[in-house]
Write a protein of this length. Structure first.
Length: 242
């Protein structure tokens, strides 16, 4: 039973999440463009929203790109510059700082949404569920730090990275890479994949718009020409007199 569950959660479930992530986002943009927004509650009450929002976004964005690069970069590319153990230590320190920032931010956002009657009344169920998922995911991520400290040779990090690389390259044997991983690591992976699964049905779709604005950096400058009034030779311009 456990082997079958592992094959489903870490062999098949990732592809289900990615398929829903891409197809669901495309369908929502095509059919429900007016719902493609962040649904900010700042107009109801600003308060400490700026602090909470900045802490959350700084922490989560750093962790997202850190996990993306850390998991999907083959070992042989960085091995000449940094060892697996040092890479894991770097990930523990930087990820720990970003994780604390994100956890404090999401805790503030969750408290604000649940404690304020006006914000709670206008919140969707998906808003609250999303915040709880991020709260649990960040807590689990921080919980992996002391576990990673028990094997500073980077062996577990290499196994997790190999799992991710085999998934995205459609290679077999991905599930076997997680055989020695504890439940904290596996639950952390599961919640991370679940975020991609629910992405198209929540306010998270506005992230696509954020990445889309990067295209403006590559867009050529707009060419503006002055419009001049060409009059026949010898024709005087209209007088402003009476």
């Amino acid at each position: 039973m456990t082997a079958w569950l592992d094959h489903f959660l870490f062999g098949l479930y990732p592809y289900i999440c990615l398929a829903v992530f891409f197809l669901g986002s495309w369908i929502r943009f095509d059919r429900d463009q007016y719902t493609w927004k962040s649904d900010s509650s700042q107009l109801l009450r600003s308060g400490n929203l700026r602090w909470a929002n900045n802490l959350f976004h700084i922490g989560v964005l750093f962790l997202f790109f850190g996990h993306f690069v850390g998991l999907l970069t083959p070992h042989f590319l960085y091995e000449p510059f940094i060892s697996a153990g040092h890479k894991q230590l770097l990930a523990m320190v930087s990820g720990g700082v970003a994780g604390v920032l994100g956890f404090v931010g999401v805790s503030m956002l969750l408290y604000r949404r649940l404690s304020d009657a006006r914000i709670r009344a206008t919140s969707k169920t998906s808003d609250i569920v999303l915040l709880w998922i991020f709260w649990a995911q960040l807590a689990l991520g921080l919980a992996t730090i002391p576990l990673s400290a028990q094997h500073l040779d980077g062996s577990m990090m290499l196994l997790l990275a190999e799992w991710g690389q085999r998934i995205v390259t459609f290679r077999s044997g991905a599930v076997e890479m997680l055989a020695s991983a504890g439940w904290v690591f596996k639950t952390h992976l599961f919640l991370g994949m679940t975020v991609f699964l629910i992405f198209p049905f929540t306010r998270l779709v506005h992230i696509w718009s954020g990445f889309g604005t990067l295209a403006y950096l590559l867009r050529p400058y707009q060419l503006v020409r002055a419009r001049r009034l060409n009059l026949p030779q010898g024709h005087n311009r209209p007088s402003r007199g009476i």
